[in-house]
Design a protein around this ligand. Structure first.
Ligand code: ATP
Ligand code: MG
Length: 892
C-alpha cells in the first residue's frame, strides 16, 4: 500500500464513521501565546476543548502537519540518529467533541489497524493509565475493560504511568488519561528471543508507539486541583510515517515511500549510497530528508528564515541540514533547494500550498544556503582551531562564551557546536552558553506574559454576538469572565465580554483601545482603560490595568458599557484600507508574483511585506503611490460581504493567503471588483476618499525574497507632507529665497569644495614656509668625536596631524641623520611626532615608538608606530613644552 493510499484509507474510514474531514491547519500556530508551531492534531481544536467555540461537527478527522522543534515537544536532537522521530510529520487524528467516548474510539482504532490495514494482531500492544494517587486521578478501568473485550487477551495490555499515559494541555486546562497503541516490527527470531511487551516505551526503534488516544475528562485549575469536564472529548493522534513503516513492512520511516524519493535525490546529488545504517553519511541523509520537509512547508506556510522567533527556528533547522550535507556528504554548493521540486510533486494533492509556491520556496532556501555556506567554512575553521587548542591544553569542555560567540558570529547553533564537539570527544558548557544567550535576550527584548490565574466566570450569556465592532463603536454588555495575569508590566487583568466593539489584534491590524464603564443596578462603579485587545484562539481578550478593588468591581458589575477610541480606530481603518489599495497596486506594477508575507496596520502607519526579489526602485514606488492616490480620489465605496462561502469568495477573485487558516465562511472586502478583492477580517473606511492621502515612507529588504514598504495615510500623511514642506521653507529662508532650492544647494556644495581646495593649498604653502624656518634650527650633536647626528626639537603650528607627519617626512628627506621631535597643539589637542635616524636606533638602541610613549606621558596620552617614526596624541596641551624638553634631552 502506498503512503497515499494509507492516508486516504484513514480519512475514508473515519468518514464512514460520520466524521467531517477538515484540512490541516498551517504549521505556524496563530493567536496562541503558548504555541509557536502546531505540534499535534488537536492544536487547531484547542478552543473547542476549552469551550470557547463551536466545532464544525461533533466528529472530525484530518491529517495535520506537525512540527516538534521547540517548547514542550522538541525532537530535533533525535532526528537523523533514530529512524522514527521527525521534525515535521503528519499526525492522523479523529476527534469527538462531546460526542462519542472511549468505547467507540478504541474499537475503531483496533478495527482500522487490524481489519483495514491488516496489521498483525499479535504484534500490537496497548497501554492504559494505571492511576496516580498523589494527583487524585484513578486507574482507567474503563479503557482496561474495553481493551480486554476488544483484544480478548489481557497480556497485550500494559499499565502506564502519568508520564506516558496522562495527557495535559498545559499547566492548567483540559486533561485526561490516554491509551497508546504500540507495534512490534522486529523479525520473528528477535521476537522469539525477547517478548515485545518488554520493549514497549523503551526507545526500541522497531517497537514504537504509533497511536495515542486521549480522553479529556478533567480540567486542571491553577491550584493544581482537577474538576470533571461537563463535556468529554476524544483526541487521537497517529504518526503517519510510522504507520507507513508498519504497513509497508519496513524497519525505518526513511525506508517508506514517504522519504525514499527525497533520499534518492540526495544520493544523486552527493554521489553516495544510503546504506540505512549509523554511518555519518546515513545520519546526514536522514537529517536532510527530514529537515527539507520542515523547512519547505514552514516557508510555504508563510515563515521565512530570520533571526527571531519562529523564523529563527526554521533557520536553525535549515542550517543543521546544510552542516550535515557539508561535513558528511561533501555538499559544498546549495543542495537543499534542489530537493524542493520532488517534495512539492509528492505532496501536490495533499498539501498543495508547497507546489503552488515551489519556486518561491526554492529561491528562499537557495539564498539562505548561499549565505550560510559562506560563513560555514569560516566557522568550521574557527571551531577546529578552538577544539585543537582546548585539546592540547587538556580541556574537555568548550566554554559557554565561545559557544555563544560561534552562535552569534557564524550562525552556529549550540546544538551544532555540541555535535561537532562530541565527535571530537569534547562537550560544551551548555549552562554557560544559555546564560550568555539569556543575557543577550534580556538586553534585546522584554519578556511577555509569565503567569495567568484561573478564569473567573462572572456571568453566563446566551448572546453569541462576540465581535460587533464592524457596525458599532460602543455597546452595553456583560463581563463573561476575567483572569489576573502577571507579567513584566506588572499585574494586569484580561476580560472577556459577551459582545464587544473592540477589534482584537489580528491579520496585522492592532487591537483597539478604549474604556469599559462598569455599573451595578444602573449606578456606575468605575471606568477601566482598555490598553490592548488581543485574540487568544477565538476569544477577544481585553487587557486592562490593575486598579484597587478590581476583583470586587468585576464580580459586582451587572453591566458594562464598552467604548472604543474611535479616532484611533478610524486612523487604523484608513491605513488598513490603504493597505488593500497598495497590495493591488503592487501587483499591478511589479507583477502577480507579489504575495502578502506580513503586515502591520496601526493608527500611525502601515507596513506591508511581500514576496519580490529586487529592490522596488524609485520610479516604481512613484507609480504605485500614484495609483493608490488615484484610487483614493475615486472615492470607491467599501463593499463588505460577511459569511461568504470560501469557494465563492475565491471565484470573486480573492486570494487566500498561505499559512492562514480560513473557515468555510469568510469575509470579503472589495474596493471595486476589478481592482481589489481580499479575504479580510479587519476594519475599513466606508469609502476610499476617507483615506485622504497616501505617502510612502520607506522601502527595504526584510529577508531573502521579501521586501517591505512603509507608508502613512490621512492625518499621518498630512503631517509628513507638512514636515517636509517646513524643511523646504526653512531651507529657502536660509538660502535667501532662491528660485530653485536644489540648484542653490548644489552651488553651495560646489563652492564649498572649491574653498576647501584653496584652504588645503594655503595650508600646504604654510607648511613649506615652516619647513624652511625649521631647517635653520637644526643643530648638530657630536658625541665625543664619534659620528654625530642632526637634532631638531620644536613646537610647530600645523592645522592637523597629517600635516605634522608630512612635515616630519619632508624634513627627514632634507637632513641626513635627523633625530626629530615635533609638538603641536591642534585645536586644543596636543600631538607629538618622533623621527629617529638609523644610526641612533642602532648605536643607542632607541625606538621611536618607545620614545613617543615616554614623551606622551607629559601630555596625558599615548601612541606608537615604527622604530624610526611614531606619533602620539594626548589630552593635556599644557604638557607639550615639558615633552619637548624631555625629547631634547633624550636625543642629546
Ligand atoms: P514518542 O514517545 O515516540 O516521542 P509521543 O508520546 O511524543 O511519541 P504523542 O505526542 O502521543 O507522541 O503523538 C501521537 C503520535 O504521533 C505518536 O504516537 C507517534 O506515532 C507520532 N509522533 C510523535 N512524535 C513524533 C515525531 N517526532 N515524529 C514522527 N511521529 C511522531
Ligand atoms: Mg515525543
Amino acid at each position: 500500500m502506498t503512503s497515499h493510499e494509507i492516508r486516504r484509507q484513514f480519512l475514508d474510514f473515519f468518514r464512514s464513521k460520520q466524521h467531517l474531514i477538515v484540512p490541516s491547519a498551517p504549521l505556524v500556530a496563530k493567536n496562541d501565546p503558548t504555541l509557536m508551531f502546531n505540534n499535534s492534531g488537536m492544536a487547531q481544536f484547542k478552543d473547542f476543548f476549552l469551550g470557547n467555540g463551536t466545532p464544525p461537527a461533533p466528529r472530525v478527522a484530518d491529517t495535520q502537519k506537525c512540527l516538534r522543534v521547540s517548547g514542550k515537544h522538541n525532537d530535533l536532537e533525535d532526528v537523523g540518529f533514530d529512524t522514527y522521530h521527525h521534525t515535521m510529520f503528519e499526525m492522523l487524528g479523529n476527534w469527538s467533541f462531546g460526542d462519542y467516548f472511549k468505547k467507540e474510539a478504541l474499537t475503531w482504532s483496533w478495527e482500522l489497524l487490524t481489519e483495514v490495514y491488516k496489521l498483525p494482531k499479535d504484534r500490537i500492544y496497548v497501554s492504559v493509565f494505571k492511576g496516580d494517587e498523589r494527583d487524585g486521578v484513578p486507574f482507567d478501568q474503563e479503557s482496561w475493560d474495553l481493551w480486554k473485550g476488544i483484544i480478548g487477551d489481557e497480556s497485550r495490555i500494559i499499565l502506564g504511568n502519568k508520564k506516558d499515559n496522562f495527557w495535559e494541555m498545559g499547566d492548567t486546562g483540559p486533561c485526561g488519561p490516554c491509551s497508546e497503541i504500540h507495534i512490534d516490527l522486529r523479525s520473528a527470531d528477535e521476537v522469539a528471543q525477547k517478548p515485545g511487551k518488554e520493549l514497549v516505551n523503551a526507545d526500541h526503534p522497531q517497537v514504537v508507539e504509533i497511536w495515542n488516544n486521549v480522553f479529556m475528562q478533567f480540567n486542571r485549575k491553577a491550584d493544581g486541583s482537577l474538576e470533571e469536564l461537563p463535556a468529554r472529548h476524544v483526541d487521537t493522534g497517529m504518526g503517519f510515517e510510522r504507520l507507513c513503516m508498519a504497513i509497508q513492512g519496513k524497519q525505518s520511516n526513511y525506508d517508506t515511500d514517504v522519504f525514499s524519493g527525497t533520499i534518492h535525490v540526495i544520493e544523486e546529488l552527493s554521489g553516495q549510497k544510503y546504506t540505512r545504517g549509523t554511518d555519518k553519511s546515513d545520519v546526514a541523509m536522514r537529517v536532510i530528508a527530514d529537515h527539507i520537509r520542515a523547512v519547505s512547508f514552514a516557508i510555504a506556510d508563510g515563515l521565512v528564515p530570520s533571526n527571531a522567533k519562529a523564523g529563527y527556528v526554521i533557520r536553525r533547522i535549515l542550517r543543521r541540514a546544510i552542516r550535515y550535507g557539508y561535513s558528511y556528504l561533501g555538499l559544498t554548493e546549495p543542495f537543499m533547494t534542489k530537493l524542493v521540486p520532488t517534495l512539492a510533486m509528492q505532496f501536490a494533492d495533499v498539501f498543495s500550498e508547497l507546489n503552488a509556491q515551489r519556486d518561491f520556496v526554492a529561491t528562499v532556501i537557495r539564498e539562505e544556503e548561499i549565505s550560510f555556506l559562506r560563513t560555514l567554512g569560516t566557522g568550521l575553521g574557527r571551531l577546529d582551531q578552538i577544539i585543537g587548542q582546548l585539546t592540547t591544553e587538556g580541556e574537555s569542555e568548550i566554554p559557554g562564551a565561545t559557544v555563544f560567540e560561534l552562535n552569534d558570529t557564524f550562525g552556529f547553533p549550540a546544538d551544532l557546536t555540541a555535535l561537532i564537539a562530541r565527535e571530537k570527544g569534547l562537550s560544551i558548557d551548555q549552562a554557560g552558553f544559555e546564560k550568555a544567550l539569556a543575557e543577550q535576550k534580556a538586553r534585546s527584548r522584554k519578556d511577555a506574559t509569565s503567569s495567568a490565574g484561573d478564569w473567573v466566570e462572572v456571568n453566563e450569556s446566551d448572546s453569541q454576538a462576540g465581535f460587533v465592532g464592524y457596525d458599532q463603536t460602543e455597546v452595553e454588555t456583560q463581563i463573561l469572565k476575567y483572569r489576573k495575569i502577571q507579567n513584566k508590566q506588572g499585574t494586569q487583568y484580561q476580560l472577556v465580554l459577551a459582545e464587544t466593539p473592540f477589534y482584537a489584534e489580528s491579520g496585522g491590524q492592532i487591537g483597539d483601545t478604549g474604556t469599559l464603564t462598569l455599573s451595578k443596578a444602573g449606578t456606575p462603579l468605575c471606568v477601566l482603560e482598555v490598553i490592548d485587545t488581543r485574540k487568544e484562539n477565538d476569544l477577544s481578550v481585553h487587557i486592562v490595568e490593575n486598579v484597587s478593588g478590581i476583583d470586587d468591581l468585576l464580580t459586582d458589575a451587572d453591566s458594562v458599557y464598552a467604548t472604543i477610541d474611535t479616532t484611533r480606530r478610524n486612523l487604523t481603518s484608513s491605513n488598513h484600507s490603504a493597505t488593500h489599495l497598495l497590495h493591488a497596486a503592487l501587483r499591478e506594477v511589479l507583477g502577480t508574483h507579489v504575495a502578502q508575507k506580513g503586515s502591520y496596520v496601526g493608527p500611525d502607519a502601515l507596513r506591508f511585506d511581500f514576496s519580490h526579489f529586487q529592490k522596488v526602485d524609485d520610479a516604481q514606488l512613484a507609480e504605485i503611490e500614484r495609483i493608490v492616490n488615484e484610487k483614493i480620489r475615486e472615492d470607491i465605496k467599501l463593499d463588505e460581504k460577511r459569511n461568504v462561502p470560501i469557494e465563492q469568495a475565491k471565484n470573486m477573485g480573492a486570494t487566500a493567503l498561505f499559512g492562514e487558516k480560513y473557515g468555510d465562511f469568510v469575509r470579503v472586502i472589495t474596493f471595486d471588483p476589478t481592482y481589489s478583492v481580499e479575504l479580510c477580517g479587519g476594519t475599513h473606511v466606508p469609502a476610499t476618499g476617507h483615506i485622504g492621502l497616501f505617502k510612502f515612507t520607506g522601502e527595504g529588504s526584510v529577508s531573502t525574497g521579501i521586501r517591505r514598504v512603509e507608508g502613512k495615510t490621512s492625518v499621518g500623511a498630512e503631517q509628513l507632507v507638512n514636515e517636509q514642506m517646513a524643511v523646504v521653507s526653512e531651507l529657502k529662508e536660509l538660502l535667501k529665497a532662491p528660485k530653485d532650492v536644489v540648484k542653490a544647494v548644489q552651488t553651495l556644495l560646489e563652492e564649498r569644495s572649491a574653498l576647501q581646495k584653496q584652504v588645503e593649498a594655503l595650508q600646504n604653502e604654510k607648511v613649506q614656509q615652516l619647513k624652511g624656518q625649521l631647517l635653520e634650527k637644526v643643530e648638530v650633536v657630536n658625541r665625543n668625536g664619534g659620528p654625530g647626528h642632526a637634532r631638531l626639537v620644536e613646537r610647530v603650528d600645523v592645522p592637523n596631524a597629517d600635516a605634522l607627519k608630512q612635515l616630519a617626512y619632508d624634513l627627514k628627506a632634507k637632513v641626513d641623520n635627523l633625530a626629530l621631535v615635533l609638538g603641536a597643539d591642534i585645536n586644543g589637542k596636543p600631538q607629538l611626532a618622533v623621527m629617529l635616524p638609523d644610526s641612533l636606533i642602532q648605536s643607542r638602541n632607541l625606538n621611536a615608538g618607545q620614545v613617543v610613549k615616554e614623551l606622551a606621558k607629559n601630555i596625558k596620552g599615548g601612541g606608537g608606530g615604527q622604530p624610526f617614526f611614531a606619533t602620539a596624541g594626548g589630552s593635556d596641551a599644557s604638557g607639550l613644552d615639558a615633552a619637548l624638553a624631555q625629547g631634547k634631552e633624550l636625543l642629546g
